[in-house]
Write a protein of this length. Sequence first.
Length: 245
Amino acid sequence: MDFEKLLYEGKAKSVYQGENEDEVIVKFRDDMTAGDGARNENMSKKGYINSIISAKIFETLENEGVNTQLIELVEPCVMKAKKLDMIPIEVIVRNIATGSIIRKFPFEDKTPFNPPLIQMDFKDDEFHDPMLNDAIAKALGIASQEDLDNLRELALKVNDIMSKMFKDIGILLVDFKIEFGKDCEGNIILGDEISPDSCRLWDAETLDMLDKELFRQGKDDIVIDAYEEVFNRLLTKEDKEKWNL
Protein backbone atom coordinates (compact mmCIF):
# COMPACT_ATOMS: atom_id res chain seq x y z
CA MET A 1 0.00 0.00 0.00
CA ASP A 2 1.32 3.41 -1.04
CA PHE A 3 1.49 6.05 1.71
CA GLU A 4 3.18 8.82 -0.26
CA LYS A 5 0.73 11.73 -0.40
CA LEU A 6 -0.52 12.65 3.07
CA LEU A 7 -3.77 14.61 2.83
CA TYR A 8 -4.66 14.98 6.49
CA GLU A 9 -3.36 13.87 9.86
CA GLY A 10 -5.83 13.75 12.72
CA LYS A 11 -5.43 12.77 16.34
CA ALA A 12 -5.63 9.03 15.68
CA LYS A 13 -5.71 8.53 11.91
CA SER A 14 -3.74 9.61 8.85
CA VAL A 15 -5.44 10.04 5.46
CA TYR A 16 -3.52 9.51 2.22
CA GLN A 17 -4.45 9.91 -1.41
CA GLY A 18 -5.53 6.61 -2.94
CA GLU A 19 -4.61 5.18 -6.31
CA ASN A 20 -7.78 6.69 -7.79
CA GLU A 21 -8.58 10.39 -7.46
CA ASP A 22 -11.88 9.70 -5.69
CA GLU A 23 -10.37 7.33 -3.12
CA VAL A 24 -8.29 7.75 0.04
CA ILE A 25 -6.39 5.39 2.30
CA VAL A 26 -7.14 5.80 6.00
CA LYS A 27 -4.42 4.54 8.33
CA PHE A 28 -5.46 3.93 11.93
CA ARG A 29 -2.73 4.72 14.45
CA ASP A 30 -2.24 3.69 18.08
CA ASP A 31 -2.46 7.28 19.36
CA MET A 32 -5.09 8.00 21.99
CA THR A 33 -5.88 11.58 22.95
CA ALA A 34 -8.04 13.48 25.40
CA GLY A 35 -8.71 17.12 26.18
CA ASP A 36 -8.50 18.41 22.58
CA GLY A 37 -5.21 16.56 22.19
CA ALA A 38 -3.66 17.94 25.39
CA ARG A 39 -2.98 14.37 26.48
CA ASN A 40 -1.60 11.93 23.94
CA GLU A 41 -0.51 8.36 24.65
CA ASN A 42 0.39 5.41 22.48
CA MET A 43 -1.83 2.38 23.12
CA SER A 44 -0.52 -0.79 21.50
CA LYS A 45 -3.11 -2.56 19.27
CA LYS A 46 -5.61 0.31 19.44
CA GLY A 47 -5.43 1.12 15.73
CA TYR A 48 -5.71 -2.57 14.84
CA ILE A 49 -8.79 -3.05 17.02
CA ASN A 50 -10.54 0.18 16.01
CA SER A 51 -10.03 -0.33 12.28
CA ILE A 52 -11.67 -3.74 12.37
CA ILE A 53 -14.53 -2.68 14.64
CA SER A 54 -15.18 0.34 12.43
CA ALA A 55 -15.16 -1.76 9.26
CA LYS A 56 -17.57 -4.25 10.84
CA ILE A 57 -19.98 -1.48 11.88
CA PHE A 58 -19.76 0.26 8.50
CA GLU A 59 -20.47 -3.01 6.68
CA THR A 60 -23.50 -3.62 8.89
CA LEU A 61 -24.77 -0.09 8.22
CA GLU A 62 -24.23 -0.52 4.48
CA ASN A 63 -26.28 -3.70 4.55
CA GLU A 64 -29.09 -1.72 6.21
CA GLY A 65 -29.07 1.02 3.58
CA VAL A 66 -26.71 3.63 5.09
CA ASN A 67 -24.07 4.87 2.65
CA THR A 68 -20.64 4.92 4.28
CA GLN A 69 -17.13 5.93 3.28
CA LEU A 70 -15.84 2.35 3.50
CA ILE A 71 -14.73 0.62 0.33
CA GLU A 72 -12.80 -2.17 2.01
CA LEU A 73 -10.55 -2.95 4.93
CA VAL A 74 -7.38 -3.76 3.02
CA GLU A 75 -5.70 -5.08 6.14
CA PRO A 76 -5.92 -4.28 9.85
CA CYS A 77 -5.20 -0.55 10.37
CA VAL A 78 -5.59 0.23 6.65
CA MET A 79 -8.96 1.17 5.16
CA LYS A 80 -9.65 2.09 1.55
CA ALA A 81 -12.41 4.70 1.51
CA LYS A 82 -14.32 7.13 -0.67
CA LYS A 83 -12.85 10.61 -0.79
CA LEU A 84 -15.22 13.04 0.92
CA ASP A 85 -15.44 16.75 1.52
CA MET A 86 -16.06 16.51 5.25
CA ILE A 87 -18.76 18.63 6.88
CA PRO A 88 -17.23 20.24 10.02
CA ILE A 89 -20.03 19.05 12.28
CA GLU A 90 -19.88 16.33 14.91
CA VAL A 91 -23.30 14.71 15.21
CA ILE A 92 -23.76 13.26 18.69
CA VAL A 93 -26.60 10.88 19.46
CA ARG A 94 -27.39 10.34 23.13
CA ASN A 95 -29.52 7.45 24.36
CA ILE A 96 -28.61 7.83 28.04
CA ALA A 97 -27.62 10.99 29.93
CA THR A 98 -24.00 10.99 31.05
CA GLY A 99 -20.73 12.81 30.45
CA SER A 100 -20.72 16.43 29.32
CA ILE A 101 -24.50 16.66 28.93
CA ILE A 102 -25.04 16.28 32.69
CA ARG A 103 -22.31 18.82 33.41
CA LYS A 104 -23.96 21.42 31.19
CA PHE A 105 -27.65 20.69 31.78
CA PRO A 106 -29.72 19.51 34.78
CA PHE A 107 -30.15 15.90 33.65
CA GLU A 108 -29.78 13.07 36.15
CA ASP A 109 -26.91 10.70 35.38
CA LYS A 110 -28.04 7.55 33.50
CA THR A 111 -31.47 8.99 32.62
CA PRO A 112 -32.68 7.44 29.32
CA PHE A 113 -33.55 9.80 26.48
CA ASN A 114 -36.69 8.77 24.63
CA PRO A 115 -36.56 9.81 21.85
CA PRO A 116 -32.76 9.96 21.57
CA LEU A 117 -31.22 13.40 21.92
CA ILE A 118 -29.31 14.69 18.90
CA GLN A 119 -26.60 17.28 19.46
CA MET A 120 -24.47 18.98 16.83
CA ASP A 121 -21.05 20.48 17.59
CA PHE A 122 -18.83 22.65 15.40
CA LYS A 123 -15.73 20.53 14.75
CA ASP A 124 -12.88 22.92 15.47
CA ASP A 125 -10.27 22.40 18.20
CA GLU A 126 -9.44 26.11 18.28
CA PHE A 127 -12.96 26.82 19.52
CA HIS A 128 -13.20 23.59 21.56
CA ASP A 129 -16.01 22.08 19.47
CA PRO A 130 -18.88 24.33 20.64
CA MET A 131 -22.49 23.21 20.41
CA LEU A 132 -24.36 24.34 17.29
CA ASN A 133 -27.92 25.20 16.48
CA ASP A 134 -29.31 25.36 12.94
CA ALA A 135 -29.07 29.15 12.74
CA ILE A 136 -25.36 29.18 13.66
CA ALA A 137 -24.54 26.30 11.29
CA LYS A 138 -26.24 28.13 8.41
CA ALA A 139 -24.64 31.47 9.34
CA LEU A 140 -21.21 29.81 9.30
CA GLY A 141 -22.01 28.45 5.85
CA ILE A 142 -21.11 24.88 6.78
CA ALA A 143 -24.53 23.31 6.10
CA SER A 144 -27.91 24.12 4.61
CA GLN A 145 -31.19 23.41 6.35
CA GLU A 146 -31.64 20.42 4.04
CA ASP A 147 -28.20 19.15 5.03
CA LEU A 148 -28.99 19.51 8.75
CA ASP A 149 -32.30 17.71 8.38
CA ASN A 150 -30.56 14.89 6.49
CA LEU A 151 -27.85 14.60 9.15
CA ARG A 152 -30.48 14.16 11.86
CA GLU A 153 -32.43 11.59 9.85
CA LEU A 154 -29.29 9.60 9.07
CA ALA A 155 -28.04 9.82 12.67
CA LEU A 156 -31.31 8.36 13.99
CA LYS A 157 -31.16 5.54 11.45
CA VAL A 158 -27.56 4.76 12.43
CA ASN A 159 -28.61 4.79 16.08
CA ASP A 160 -31.44 2.30 15.49
CA ILE A 161 -29.15 -0.11 13.65
CA MET A 162 -26.23 0.17 16.05
CA SER A 163 -28.36 -0.01 19.20
CA LYS A 164 -29.72 -3.38 18.08
CA MET A 165 -26.29 -4.53 16.95
CA PHE A 166 -24.79 -3.85 20.38
CA LYS A 167 -27.85 -5.05 22.32
CA ASP A 168 -27.46 -8.44 20.64
CA ILE A 169 -23.98 -8.78 22.17
CA GLY A 170 -24.90 -7.52 25.64
CA ILE A 171 -23.71 -3.93 25.27
CA LEU A 172 -25.61 -0.67 25.77
CA LEU A 173 -24.98 2.02 23.18
CA VAL A 174 -25.03 5.01 25.52
CA ASP A 175 -24.03 7.68 23.01
CA PHE A 176 -21.79 8.16 20.01
CA LYS A 177 -20.28 10.75 17.69
CA ILE A 178 -20.37 10.47 13.92
CA GLU A 179 -19.19 12.66 11.05
CA PHE A 180 -20.38 13.04 7.50
CA GLY A 181 -18.99 14.32 4.24
CA LYS A 182 -20.11 14.86 0.66
CA ASP A 183 -18.89 12.84 -2.29
CA CYS A 184 -18.13 14.29 -5.71
CA GLU A 185 -21.84 14.19 -6.58
CA GLY A 186 -22.90 16.02 -3.43
CA ASN A 187 -24.33 12.98 -1.65
CA ILE A 188 -24.04 12.97 2.14
CA ILE A 189 -21.98 9.95 3.23
CA LEU A 190 -21.14 8.64 6.71
CA GLY A 191 -17.38 8.96 7.18
CA ASP A 192 -14.53 8.92 9.68
CA GLU A 193 -14.86 5.92 12.06
CA ILE A 194 -17.20 4.34 14.59
CA SER A 195 -15.31 2.61 17.38
CA PRO A 196 -14.85 2.65 21.17
CA ASP A 197 -13.01 5.95 20.56
CA SER A 198 -16.22 7.58 19.37
CA CYS A 199 -18.90 5.68 21.32
CA ARG A 200 -19.83 5.24 24.95
CA LEU A 201 -20.42 1.53 25.44
CA TRP A 202 -21.48 -0.11 28.70
CA ASP A 203 -21.82 -3.76 29.56
CA ALA A 204 -25.57 -4.30 29.68
CA GLU A 205 -25.45 -6.19 33.01
CA THR A 206 -22.65 -4.57 34.99
CA LEU A 207 -22.64 -1.11 33.32
CA ASP A 208 -18.84 -1.40 33.16
CA MET A 209 -17.36 1.03 30.62
CA LEU A 210 -15.93 -0.44 27.43
CA ASP A 211 -14.76 2.72 25.71
CA LYS A 212 -12.45 5.76 25.65
CA GLU A 213 -13.97 7.19 28.83
CA LEU A 214 -11.63 4.85 30.70
CA PHE A 215 -8.69 6.75 29.19
CA ARG A 216 -10.25 10.11 30.05
CA GLN A 217 -10.48 8.91 33.65
CA GLY A 218 -6.82 7.83 33.70
CA LYS A 219 -7.53 4.08 33.75
CA ASP A 220 -4.93 3.44 31.06
CA ASP A 221 -4.13 -0.08 32.22
CA ILE A 222 -7.57 -1.44 31.29
CA VAL A 223 -8.41 0.60 28.18
CA ILE A 224 -7.19 -1.92 25.60
CA ASP A 225 -8.74 -4.81 27.55
CA ALA A 226 -12.10 -3.03 27.25
CA TYR A 227 -11.62 -2.42 23.52
CA GLU A 228 -10.71 -6.08 23.03
CA GLU A 229 -13.90 -7.10 24.86
CA VAL A 230 -15.98 -5.15 22.34
CA PHE A 231 -13.90 -6.59 19.49
CA ASN A 232 -14.36 -10.18 20.66
CA ARG A 233 -18.11 -9.83 21.18
CA LEU A 234 -18.74 -8.03 17.91
CA LEU A 235 -16.73 -10.14 15.49
CA THR A 236 -18.01 -13.49 14.31
CA LYS A 237 -15.89 -16.47 13.30
CA GLU A 238 -16.65 -15.56 9.67
CA ASP A 239 -15.41 -11.99 10.22
CA LYS A 240 -12.15 -13.26 11.64
CA GLU A 241 -11.66 -15.64 8.72
CA LYS A 242 -12.48 -12.86 6.25
CA TRP A 243 -9.83 -10.56 7.67
CA ASN A 244 -7.34 -13.39 8.40
CA LEU A 245 -7.41 -12.76 12.15
